[in-house]
Design a binder for this molecule. Structure first.
Ligand code: AP5
Ligand code: MG
Length: 189
């Protein structure tokens, strides 16, 4: 399978659909949020830096994030394709990803954009707060994450459009329908 970039607001289902895609196509999966939460859990220097940004709903600085991404990508098994979940989130990260893959003679692949209304996003994240207790799943921080998404990340959709990579899937109330639309598209890649 080609590389896949899964893109969308907090709670849009990037992690959930990535898990389904990974098991159907046997790919690698890089969730930058999971990488950072792992560093925090292990009490590393990077984790200490990331913790403050995450708790406040802000993005980790680009330069730091780009280095982490490159290291994580190079540690993945070669040749299977990777799904990028939560990266890129800024134009600088997108340009860096493009360059990093070009240097390795790998293709950017396809981008999957998940579009979900904000009321549904908030309900999902508040529900996850009860089940998992993620540090950034409280209403105050969720609102900040939505604002960061609108201001810094959503404009990237146009960047992907220009690259001819943008494929949009809109939530209509059924996870099964969303998944079957995504699989129908990926089966043709
Ligand atoms: P990250 O971990 O990427 O969080 P996020 O973008 O806020 O997204 P979530 O993981 O909350 O949601 P998701 O889209 O994965 O949805 P999910 O499948 O879980 O990033 C966290 C933080 O790390 C950032 O704020 C930033 O500080 C930092 N960071 C990470 N990457 C960075 C980068 N590149 N640059 C700088 N900083 C970075 O679904 C949500 C919930 O909904 C789940 O509980 C799920 O079970 C449920 N759900 C219910 N119904 C459905 C349905 N029909 N479809 C999908 N999910 C459903
Ligand atoms: Mg996630």
């Amino acid at each position: 399978m080609k590389n896949i970039i899964i893109f969308g607001a907090p709670g849009s289902g990037k992690g959930t659909y990535s898990d389904e895609i990974v098991s159907r196509y046997n790919m690698g999966h890089i969730s930058t949020g999971d990488v950072l939460r792992g560093e925090i859990k292990n009490g590393t220097e990077l984790g200490k830096i990331a913790d403050g940004y995450i708790q406040n709903g802000q993005l980790i600085p680009d330069e730091l994030m780009i280095n982490i991404l490159a290291k994580t990508y190079d540690a993945m098994p070669a040749g299977k394709g990777v799904i990028f979940d939560g990266f890129p989130r800024t134009i600088a990260q997108a340009e860096a990803l493009k360059q990093m893959l070009a240097e390795r003679k790998h293709d950017m692949g396809v981008m999957i954009e998940l579009v979900v209304d904000e009321e549904t996003l908030l309900a999902r994240l508040l529900n996850r707060a009860k089940e998992q207790g993620r540090a950034d799943d409280n209403e105050e921080t969720i609102k900040k994450r939505f604002a960061v998404y609108h201001n810094q990340t959503a404009p990237l959709a146009e960047w992907f459009e220009k690259e001819g990579m943008r494929n949009t899937f809109t939530w209509k109330g059924s996870k099964e329908q969303m998944l079957s639309e995504i699989f129908a598209f990926l089966d043709k890649q």
